[in-house]
Ligand binder design. Structure first.
Ligand code: SF4
Ligand code: SF4
Length: 460
């Protein structure tokens, strides 16, 4: 710390200035509001949807089952979840290469929840100038009341968010009943409060600092940018030299560009930057500055678009190419992955069979000369209903099974284990061979699976 009166030492720490973004309406603000309400609507409504008498989307960790509408995912199906994550990441790369930080501006949870928190802040404390005045004002009864109202709204919304989040892992109806009765379990309490607190801290206080200092995507997304990527930028050629003037004044005769230096684009910016200084990594591409500047241009009766979506090539009067190698590569990879995922999902059967040969004996010769091998067959019923399965064995020669017929009732979610003896007549002229075990549900021909095993016999 510097001694009083001493010259300030170099410091890497700069105290953050609180940002009071001005409210703005316009084309892109409308799109952002649509995205915010749409995404939040999906997040809060999804756990309340029902499907086949159960919660439609539920990640039941204790039972190790993930329900997504008609799909029931088991630990064996985690490859599908992994594929989904890879598809999501590639989609992000693809969209970023094409359209820049569209995700950040319209769909990132940090943006979405911050919008809602700023909206609640406006309800409690008023517009931008009222909020600035209130923060500077001494603590009066009115200030305490407004600040308290804001905290009540923020905390209430954060708690609802925390409980909704946990509702994706625990049936939400029971969860809500327990929450109202203050009888939540310790883990449910912890995660509800933890997620609620994270929402409150990130959207209420950290806001743009999450984008500037904490988000890894903000750091590496520029690697996906090129001169044809859509960016939000200020048209320096048209805007400079900037300067104030009367409405309707002829800018050219005053030696001025189109920018009237009203700073509206800075006042609406949620990260507090001045887009006129060029492309900056803090810019989350929310397009608020476009709406602000367009409204100023309308008032001045100048053409819109001084700040606009464009590309670096377009700014330099060069043609913009949509199809570039990186877009084609990301697109092709994404298309192939989605296709593979769709095919694998469509071919996935919700039953599984595994066969283990008895390792204690190679084979047994029965009194009547038949050769016998013993196997343990495991049937996994991943459907939501019980089924009766028939086990059959196929291979060269007259194979028979014991017990016969091999029929077994397997309840939903059960791994049913059974011992099966496979026999072959002694006169069959084949030695050891691969045989195929097949299981099929009696009441649903689509539920079937098969696997192979080795049948050992004396060599001839
Ligand atoms: S510069 Fe414009 S687009 Fe970028 S964050 Fe600020 S307001 Fe949004
Ligand atoms: S809103 Fe437009 S006119 Fe006003 S300062 Fe920003 S760029 Fe200039």
């Amino acid at each position: 710390m510097d001694a009083p009166g001493a010259p300030p030492s170099d410091s890497y720490y700069i105290a953050e200035q609180k940002i009071y973004p001005r409210e703005i309406s316009g084309r892109f603000a409308f799109l952002r509001v649509l995205a915010v309400w749409g995404l939040l609507g999906v997040f809060y409504a999804m756990p309340w949807l029902y499907w086949n008498g159960r919660q439609a989307v539920l990640f039941d960790l204790p039972a190790r089952k993930f329900y997504v509408f008609g799909l029931v995912m088991w630990p064996q199906d985690f490859i599908f979840l992994t594929a989904l994550l890879v598809i999501a990441a590639l989609t992000l790369f693809f969209v970023t290469a094409l359209a820049g930080r569209l995700w950040c501006g319209y769909a990132c949870p940090q943006t979405v929840w911050t919008e809602i928190f700023i909206w609640m802040e406006r309800i409690a404390e008023g517009n931008r100038s009222e909020r600035m005045k209130l923060d500077k004002a001494p603590w009066t009864a009115k200030k305490i009341a407004r600040k308290t109202l804001k905290q009540v709204l923020w905390i209430g919304f954060s708690l609802i968010t925390g409980i909704t989040f946990v509702g994706y892992f625990t049936p939400i109806r029971e969860l809500l009943v327990s929450a109202i009765g203050f009888s939540l379990g310790p883990w449910e309490t912890f995660w509800s409060l933890f997620y609620g607190f994270a929402t409150y801290g990130n959207a209420g206080y950290l806001r743009e600092q999450v984008c500037k200092y904490m988000c890894p995507y903000a750091r590496f997304q520029s690697a996906m940018f090129d001169r044809d990527t859509l960016i939000i930028t200020y048209d320096t050629v048209r805007g400079e030299p900037r300067g104030a003037r009367r409405r309707g004044a002829d800018a050219a005769s005053l030696g001025l560009g189109a920018c009237v230096d009203c700073t509206w684009c800075v006042q609406v910016c949620p990260t507090g930057i001045d887009i006129r200084k060029g492309l900056q990594y803090e810019c989350i591409a929310c397009a608020a500055c476009i709406d602000a500047c367009d409204s100023v241009m309308d008032k001045m009766e100048y053409p819109r678009g001084l700040i606009r979506y464009t590309t670096q090539n377009a700014l330099d009067q060069k043609p913009t190419r949509i199809l570039r190698p990186r877009v084609v590569i990301y697109g092709a990879l994404l298309g192939a992955l989605i296709l593979g995922f769709g095919v694998a999902l469509a071919r996935r059967t919700p039953v599984d069979v595994d066969v283990i040969r008895d390792r204690n004996a190679l084979y047994r010769l029965l009194d009547d000369g038949r050769v016998e091998n013993v196997y343990t067959v495991k049937i996994l019923n991943k459907t939501e209903h019980a089924h009766r399965f028939v086990v059959t064995v196929h291979g060269a020669g007259e194979l028979t099974v014991d017990p016969a017929p091999a029929r077994f009732d397997v309840t939903s979610g059960e791994v049913y284990s059974l011992g099966i003896r496979v026999r072959r007549p002694a006169y069959e002229p084949v030695g050891s061979q691969d045989i195929r075990f097949e299981i099929r549900a009696e009441d649903n021909a689509r539920l079937h699976a098969s696997t192979s095993a080795r049948f050992l016999a004396p060599s001839r």
